[in-house]
Design a protein around this ligand. Structure first.
Ligand SMILES: [Zn+2]
Length: 189
């Protein structure tokens, strides 16, 4: 009897140990959307039209949820929210240039905020009456991915606040371009 009890306790302890070993959460790889994404291009301005099944294959679940299912990332979760780095923000889905860092400002709303897009055609505007609110949705002008919303409480000169999900942004430092330029200038050719 005693032996059975010990065996029982032993097996219970072993089970408890097993249950603690949860599979480790996969490391988030936002930047990997560029790899094996055939539509990503910083130079091609041709419109991108793909079916949801195709997007699902080339985007990470995180990017797919925001860009194609109009999801919203958790406020305060983006590494871009307080970033002051000088450079350009691109659409993480297709590489379309969206915002310059000098139009970025700290709105305190919990998401990266800008007062003006790079060009008129870089963004598409759509009325959004979901969740009992009247808002204007902003989508990427090239691939029609959901980016966020625009509000009329931004700073001058536009008075607009583009509230954008950091997950669908891809940033490149201006320095990278400068380095390439310096390299060419110093080269003998
Ligand atoms: Zn795009």
């Amino acid at each position: 009897m005693k032996r059975i009890l010990i065996l029982c306790l032993f097996s219970l302890g072993w089970q408890a140990c097993q249950s603690q070993e949860q599979p480790k959460k996969a490391v988030k790889t936002t930047m990997s959307t560029k790899n094996n994404n055939p539509v990503y291009s910083r130079t091609d301005s041709a419109k991108v039209v793909l079916k949801d099944e195709e997007w699902k294959k080339i985007l990470s679940p995180e990017v797919y949820y925001i860009a194609r299912e109009k999801g919203t990332e958790r406020p305060g979760s983006s590494r871009f929210e307080y970033s002051k780095e000088v450079g350009t923000y691109y659409c993480a889905v297709c590489g379309n240039a969206l915002f310059k860092s000098d139009t970025k400002f700290e709105s305190g709303c919990g998401w990266p905020s800008f007062y003006e897009p790079i060009s008129k055609s870089s963004i598409i505007y759509l009325p959004d009456n979901s969740h009992g609110m009247v808002r204007t949705e902003v989508q990427c002008g090239r691939c029609k991915s959901h980016l966020g919303h625009v509000f009329e409480d931004g700073p001058p000169p536009t008075g607009l606040r583009y509230c954008i999900n950091g997950v669908v942004l891809d940033f490149e430092k201006a320095k990278e371009a400068e380095k390439q330029y310096e390299g060419k200038k110093n080269g003998k050719g």
